[in-house]
Design a protein around this ligand. Structure first.
Ligand SMILES: [Zn+2]
Ligand SMILES: [Zn+2]
Length: 366
């Protein structure tokens, strides 16, 4: 591993770099040592070259490689969308737009939403991830599994001063996603949110954000190890879904009233059906976890009479990313991760696919 990459006022930009790529869906990964670096003169208006220092590995990266989503990605592809690093060069401003407010050497994050038009109705309302012209890092454009990545100045997320870049990486997708989902629930401080899948990669962050936002958390997962992990975040209400009736257990913990919200990060469809049974009137079911080929079956009569809200939540916007990082930098949210070299990526995917991965992996690109 070479010397540590730090914030500088200018960077010497090489012609080639290390990267991990794949040329065909579910094909072999190639550990590139001389992958081309986009040169400053080649940057288009609005583009910024980022010296990536760390990149988290998300389940979405695995889906992109497996090609099991009903969406098409670019090929060959450099994946990755939890990149943290430094601005290395700023391309020309977009026509009619204000110059980029970032400076060379600023710590920034590359998230799933790489760019959006910022002019359409969705962008105007802050639903940037739904923009028809959205670009996605490590999917429709090359992402953060490379040392020098092209990204877009308007969408790079500033990383708070002093917050370690390795810790910031998992917040840029997993953290933003669960933080946004909790916001979408629109509940009040002190109210009860149930988190099915609480002990997983998204769940352990969701629990901490929920507590930081002042909600009472009921965590659902299975096994003594998960219970212990969640207890370390101050969660006292834990339901083991393999031991007894989940709906009854939630009702009991809420004195029969039910929960104000459920943020489902579990990847089993049962968690959705159970949530609709334990939510109190006007309760929110926020859908985040995506079980393959699953439907949500909600009884129309009870949905109306109980005024249940069923909400899909997909990553977050620029402001959500800033807030999610601020809460983490303030010490309210701790990411559990292991640092591995970039060349381990194929093995990380194998372990992720075999479900033997414990906690998140952050790749070192120094
Ligand atoms: Zn992700
Ligand atoms: Zn737009």
């Amino acid at each position: 591993m070479s010397s540590q990459v730090v914030s500088q006022t200018s960077y010497e930009i090489p012609k080639t770099q290390r990267a991990v790529t794949f040329a065909e869906t579910h094909g072999p990964h190639t550990i590139q040592t001389d992958w081309p670096v986009t040169q400053p003169s080649e940057l288009k208006p609005g583009e910024v070259l980022v010296r990536v220092v760390y990149s988290g590995v998300c389940h979405t990266d695995l889906h992109a490689w497996l090609g099991d989503w009903p969406l098409e990605n670019k090929l060959p592809l450099v994946g990755g969308h939890e990149g943290s690093g430094y601005v290395a060069f700023i391309g020309p401003p977009l026509e009619g737009a204000e110059p980029c407010t970032l400076k060379v050497g600023d710590a920034v994050g590359i998230k799933w939403l790489a760019d959006s038009c910022l002019h359409c109705e969705e962008c105007g309302k802050g639903f940037e991830s739904s923009c028809g012209q959205a670009k996605n890092s490590g999917f429709s454009v090359d992402g953060s599994f490379q040392q020098w990545a092209v990204s877009w100045g308007a969408h790079l997320t500033p990383i708070p001063a002093g917050f370690p870049l390795a810790n910031a990486a998992p917040i840029l997708c997993a953290g933003v996603t669960v933080y946004k989902a909790l916001k979408e629930a629109a509940i009040l401080k002190g109210e009860v949110v149930v988190i099915p899948g609480a002990g997983g990669g998204l769940g352990h962050l969701a629990v901490q954000y929920a507590k930081a936002m002042g909600y009472r958390v009921i965590a659902i997962d299975s096994g003594a190890e998960k219970e212990k992990l969640l207890a370390s975040y101050g969660v006292t209400d834990f339901i083991d879904y393999q031991k007894g009736d989940v709906v009854e257990a939630v009702q009991k913990l809420t004195d029969g009233a039910g929960a104000h919200a459920a943020v489902v990060v579990a990847s089993g469809s049962q968690a959705y059906e159970q949530a609709l049974q334990y939510l109190r009137p006007h309760g929110a079911l926020v859908c985040v976890g995506m079980p393959p080929n699953a439907d949500i079956r909600a009884n129309v009569f009870w949905t109306v009479v109980k005024s249940h809200r069923i909400i899909g939540s997909y990553v977050g916007n620029r402001q959500d990313a800033i807030e999610a990082l601020e809460l983490a930098a303030a010490g309210k949210v701790h990411t559990t991760f292991t640092i591995e070299p970039l060349a381990n990526l194929p093995s990380v995917f194998e372990r992720m696919h075999a479900l033997t991965l414990n906690g998140r992996i952050v790749l070192d690109l120094q």
